[in-house]
Write a protein that binds this ligand. Sequence first.
Ligand code: TXE
Length: 480
Amino acid sequence: MQNLWFDPTEMLIGGVWKAPAGTLPVIDPSTGAEVAQIAAGTAADIDAAVIAARAALDGDWGRMTALERGRILTRLGQMVLERIDDLAAIEAADVGKPLTQARNDAIALARYCEFYGGAADKVHGQTIPYLDGYTVYTLREPHGVTGHIVPWNYPMQIIGRSVGAALAMGNAAVLKPAEEACLTALAFARLAADAGLPPGALNVVPGLGAQAGAALTAHPGVQHVSFTGSVATGRLVQAAAAQNVVPVTLELGGKSPQVVFADADLDAALPFLVNAGIQNAGQTCSASSRILVERPLYDALVAGMSAAYGRLHVGPAVADLQVGPLISARQKEIVTGFIDAGRDLPVLATGTLADDLPTGGHYVAPHLLACDDPGHKLAQDEIFGPVQVIIPFDTEDQAVQIANGTAYGLVAAIWSRDGGRQARMAKRLHAGQVFINNYGAGGGVELPFGGTGLSGHGREKGFEALYGFSSLKTVAQYHG
Ligand code: TXE
């Protein structure tokens, strides 16, 4: 790969770039070709990283004021902005993301650094009126060493929201990126050092989940674990952290519905209905894979979404079409397995695979399916690919029942012109974020994000994340 300002095979531990004992291949999902090698970090590397993080807390990093931490993050955001095109090209080759979408991720990473840079010195404690002779106040303190397990679907955004908030609060971070997506994590760490982040404040150990990941979540020197990924791995992470009795933030994906009522502005809704299903080839935790539509609007909505699907083209990341490849052969197998399991559902429309696709790439055409049965596997399970089902409903109560009728609860949207209905639905839907007449609100870094049910617990993004990455101390001073 060209234009790298770091050695992809190295790990960052305590400010030193170290060669690993072994490496893993980096496969370009657009072609199937090996484009680099990354470290296969071990439990010993994780141990060294945790020790280095603790040393940073006991050293320069731990002594820095909130203002100084904020300045470093703000500077880092600026440096990310200056490297947007390089970061986008690296991400496109590493995870197969179409260039425009990869670029948007780099912009979001910069935005997280700016937001948390600005917020670092704005997290205040309280004074609490109490008994005569006492002064009582609260302090927000860092947890200490924070472990960050990041997936491959939005590496830059998830690093920004998790590591950015942790550093702003004065924690020292150990980051284990996904084995399929380590390059932008390393690129970011290199920029962070150049921005003035002291050695050990951010450590990056690439490696396999079952090895480096498991070692990090079980390490007794880690005081907080932040995990984004599958439900199955989330359970393991929470169980491992429980042994050390440390807090965990879990963001585990979803089966997010958009509920479209007959009075909705369909033309305004259509781009959101489709894009929320196919962005990043559907490999998005907050993807909207269920479209619920009130029956009188069913035919018009199906016609509109089908026409939009007809305009979707799938190709390599560098072709920058609407849809790129899936991350891996394994993910393609999972998604095509779901499409097979939906053989009983009418296919309303599909996207188009570009001509002359590289044979080693992991391409799947987007599928739009009709589904009368809200209990169907495709209407219940997270697919994590470009597949959406349309489910009709007749009443508001039924819409709520279907929308809330999965084990997940990450995001939901309501499309209606009726203000009363908007407010009722927003209260009744099980989700960490509800959007009214939009979906995603542009992904704002300011907006607290997280789930209920199998979608996980804890909140990231916004100021809420700063509370999550800190511990509250109450000080009661008796002075008579
Ligand atoms: O996830 P894993 P996978 C869902 C999505 C997808 C499925 C499988 O449905 O099809 O999960 O993806 C690390 N201890 N999501 O297998 O295993 C791993 O190295 C500690 C939704 O990639 O959860 C990687 O860094 N860590 C999701 C991270 O966990 C471990 C995003 C995620 O991998 C570990 C990704 C262990 N024992 C997948 N095993 C979302 N919420 O957006 C693995 N890891």
